[in-house]
Design a protein around this ligand. Structure first.
Ligand code: GLN
Length: 510
């Protein structure tokens, strides 16, 4: 059980010192960084170890859509040269990871898990990719998602179903399911995902890894294939909180190519990693403990809250009264923006084409045949909400409710430093369990979408597991641009608990 406070500070290091067999793929980046610097391992060795792990478990997990081992090894070799020359290396240099396949990579296919972008090779890198390349991080490949990031289980991918490494019959969550599954399976040390309504945090919770959705605008969206532009945000999925802070140091910051990116200065997030929540005011919103929440999830999250109290935090009960409108608000705004963003896939400017006898028929064929069912559902909902007769009744009203939801948080953050909640109302569920009921799937997003509507940062950290061994996530929500405080809270919690994020796929557990 991973719910109790145990004495396991730095358990990764202890395991290493204990002289047990060295499995490189199961460690967080900052530990591997120390091993690289101390020349205990080389970057090529590390990348090869992860590639070997991939050969073992990827056929079961199916996280990757495109593999780029030659790129990864080339980047690793460059890092080894630096080390051999006696140069200092930065923390993520030589540490291989994966990117959600909605993040553009120059020269490497970016499909968005859609047939319409089957052979799309971007002519440029997303800003975050450029930053990671410059930081010397080997790219292992591009990982699966729900088509255009629409979904919460990765089952909407046009290519394959990714399996949860903790139980291969279960979904990994979504839409960044490939990112979470790869990190949990040891087939990537870190991954990037995107979060429009929970797509980093919920799969992180389902796969037992750490997932951080930054404040809207903290990380550049340039080169992220747009789903709902006022909600989308890129962020890391990692083995632990320390790695999340390090990735944020690399990817956060203003970008002239994204006018919505924040000009405010980026702190060194690793400075926030002190195990101390004494006096921290923690809000507990009653609206997040919803009907239909699994008892085990609620129990694990409540236990985590008690742990925070035991560690010196002060718990304040609060109300976020408009939470009950969050799902309907999100499922008007997100599809409306999606309908607009996806207009560009017309068989002319981007991607694939299915011909027809005239222009209209060509566009109709292209969009009918190459978009998946869920994507088409969103386009229909979105265009309906935006149409002349219904704009005021639906879209405009949703925008007004969004403001009320934002106001709830502004009020709450007058009283507290962070807000604690479950990341999702359930643990991972069986593949196929919800595909026939999209509405039920939408309701799963109740704990995550409010943050996107309000633009707030949130992190999911593992806080226990169910009786059947599925991970449970605790969500820590912060004030705008205050990633530092949620990182500190998450780090403090993590340091006091024993858990490993690697799933028992013929590998280590515990
Ligand atoms: N499940 C939500 C949706 O389907 C969130 C997806 C996301 O964050 N990309 O829209």
């Amino acid at each position: 059980k991973r719910t109790g406070i145990l004495r396991c500070r730095g358990c990764w290091k202890n395991r290493e010192r204990g002289g047990t067999s060295v499995k490189l793929y199961d460690k967080p980046a900052h530990i591997l960084h120390d091993m690289l610097r101390e020349k205990k391992i080389s970057a090529v060795e590390l990348t090869k170890a992860v590639l070997a792990r991939m050969e073992q478990v990827e056929p079961k997990v199916a996280a990757y859509l495109t593999l780029t081992p030659e790129i990864a090894l080339e980047q690793a070799q460059a890092v080894d040269k630096k080390i051999a020359a006696g140069e200092e290396i930065a923390v993520f240099e030589g540490i291989p990871g994966a990117l959600k396949d909605s993040i553009c990579t120059q020269g490497v296919k970016t499909t968005c898990a859609s047939k319409i972008l089957e052979d799309f090779v971007p002519p440029y890198d997303a800003t975050v990719v450029g930053k990671l390349r410059a930081a010397g991080t080997p790219l292992l490949g591009k990982v699966n998602l729900d088509e255009f990031a629409m979904g919460g289980s990765t089952e909407n991918s046009a290519y394959q179903t990714t399996h949860n490494p903790w139980n291969l019959d279960c979904v990994p969550g979504g839409s960044s399911g490939g990112s979470a599954a790869a990190v949990a399976a040891g087939t990537a040390i870190w991954a990037l995902g995107s979060d429009t309504g929970g797509s980093i945090r919920q799969p992180a919770a389902f796969c037992g890894v750490v997932g951080l959705k930054p404040t809207y605008g903290r990380v550049s969206r340039y080169g992220l294939v747009a789903y709902a532009s006022s909600l989308d945000q890129i962020g890391p999925l990692t083995r632990d909180v320390t790695d999340a802070a390090h990735i944020m140091n690399i990817i956060a910051g203003n970008d002239p190519m994204d006018s919505t990116s924040s000009p405010s200065e980026v702190p060194d997030y690793t400075q926030a990693l002190t195990p101390d929540v004494k006096g921290m005011k923690i809000g507990l919103p009653k609206e997040f403990f919803v009907d239909g929440m699994e008892a085990e999830v609620e129990a694990a999250v409540r236990k985590a809250i008690d742990d925070f109290t035991a560690m010196g935090a002060e718990v304040v009960e609060l109300s976020l009264p408009h939470t009950k409108y969050a799902i309907s608000t999100y499922y008007l705004i997100a599809p409306a923006e999606a309908a607009t963003n996806l207009e560009r896939y017309d068989g002319v400017s981007y991607g694939e084409r299915i011909d027809g006898e005239d222009l209209v028929q060509m566009m109709t064929n292209t969009r009918t045949e190459l978009f998946g069912e869920e994507v088409k559902r969103r386009i229909l909902i979105g265009n309906y909400a935006l149409s002349a007769g219904y704009y005021d009744a639906y879209y405009l009203k949703a925008l007004k409710v969004r403001t009320l939801i934002q106001q709830d948080y502004t009020d709450a953050f007058q009283k507290v430093d962070v807000i604690l909640a479950p990341t999702a109302p359930t643990a991972a569920y069986k593949i196929g369990a919800m595909v026939s009921d999209p509405l039920k799937m939408y309701l799963q997003d109740i704990c995550t979408v409010p943050l996107n509507l309000a633009g707030l940062p949130g992190i999911s950290v593992p806080c226990g597991e169910t009786d059947t061994g599925l991970p449970i996530g605790l969500q820590i929500i912060g004030k705008p641009l205050d990633e530092a405080t949620i990182l500190r809270a998450a780090y403090t919690y993590e340091q006091a608990h024993e858990y490993t994020k690697l799933a028992p796929l013929g590998g280590v557990k515990g």
